[in-house]
Design a protein around this ligand. Structure first.
Ligand SMILES: C[S@@+](CC[C@H](N)C(=O)[O-])C[C@H]1O[C@@H](n2cnc3c(N)ncnc32)[C@H](O)[C@@H]1O
Length: 271
């Protein structure tokens, strides 16, 4: 088993907010994917790398009172937030447990194992998938969603938009993570010994002047700022976080640009 990899983002209240905002952005896709893959009433689900619980809560609604969801994550603080949020939402069928994904063991067998934006944080995603498959009941579902950061761009590009979009994959690559892992998700599942998966991808496009993406963009930049500085990719002065959105908005209008979000890849198969 590989050594646990340090989580690149700093655990804090702001990180909780970043995860919640990010979840809102992707929640429709996540719910559609889980439904399409066959997550349904009565299933017993393991959600790996649960964070503050959004994917687990979507799954809990789909499996209903006769089903259950266990979310695992290494961060006790995130799980405390997840428990509070699940309780506030009145979801009694979801529980959270602190654990490392790559060493989690249980005698329980799950009818579905799911995860979003977790495999690219792990040192050897193929062996993680192979190991997790061992926790599945026969015929159980495996459903993962992973990003492909090469999707992020403004079209036509401007000098500023290209620089800013480049920061995200650069940070991940410098941290030793695969910023395009979403593209490899079908292959990883096959390499893990699973039947060839179904696979879909989604990307949000927005016209000049759209404000919808502002909060997601701002928390994302906030999240990578310390890493941009630590890896020498950009200084805080260069980023100038207080004015960045406005500068990009002006750039978008003057280039008549369309923004393309990160591509989120969803893949599912039955063991
Ligand atoms: C980007 S967040 C995604 C959270 C959630 N799946 C979502 O989509 O909202 C990644 C999560 O994986 C957790 N994580 C990273 N490496 C882990 C590991 N080796 N074992 C358990 N959790 C891990 C982090 O603590 C973090 O909560």
């Amino acid at each position: 088993m590989s050594e646990p990899q340090e989580y690149i983002f700093k655990y804090s209240d702001e990180e909780v907010r970043r995860l919640v905002v990010q979840s809102i952005y992707w929640s429709d896709f996540t719910e559609e994917l889980l439904r399409k893959a066959g997550l349904s009433k009565g299933m017993r689900v393991l959600d790996v790398g649960s964070g503050v619980g959004d994917v687990a809560m979507i799954a809990a609604r789909l499996v209903g009172e006769t089903g259950s969801v266990l979310g695992i994550d290494r961060s006790a603080d995130s799980l405390a937030v997840a428990r509070n949020r699940a309780a506030s939402a009145g979801l009694a069928n979801v529980q959270f447990e602190q654990a490392e994904v790559d060493s989690y063991e249980t005698q329980d067998r799950f009818t579905a194992i799911i995860g979003r934006m977790i495999l690219h944080h792990l040192p050897d995603p193929t062996s993680t998938l192979r190991r997790l498959s061992g926790l599945l009941a026969p015929g159980g579902l495996v459903i993962f969603q992973e990003p492909d950061l090469t999707g992020l761009k403004m079209e036509p590009p401007s000098e500023l938009s290209a620089r800013v979009c480049g920061w995200f994959p650069q940070v991940l690559e410098r941290a030793g993570l695969d910023s395009k892992l979403g593209q490899r998700l079908p292959l990883l599942m096959k390499e893990a010994g699973l039947p060839a998966p179904h696979c879909v991808a989604v990307q949000h496009l927005s016209a000049p002047g759209a404000r919808r993406n502002r909060e997601y963009f701002e928390v994302s930049i906030w999240g990578i700022l310390p890493l941009l500085e630590r890896f020498g990719i950009a200084t805080a002065a260069e980023v100038d976080i207080a004015t960045l959105w406005q500068r990009l908005a002006e750039d978008t209008l003057s280039h008549n640009g369309t923004w393309h979000s990160t591509r989120m890849v969803g893949a599912w198969t039955r063991a």
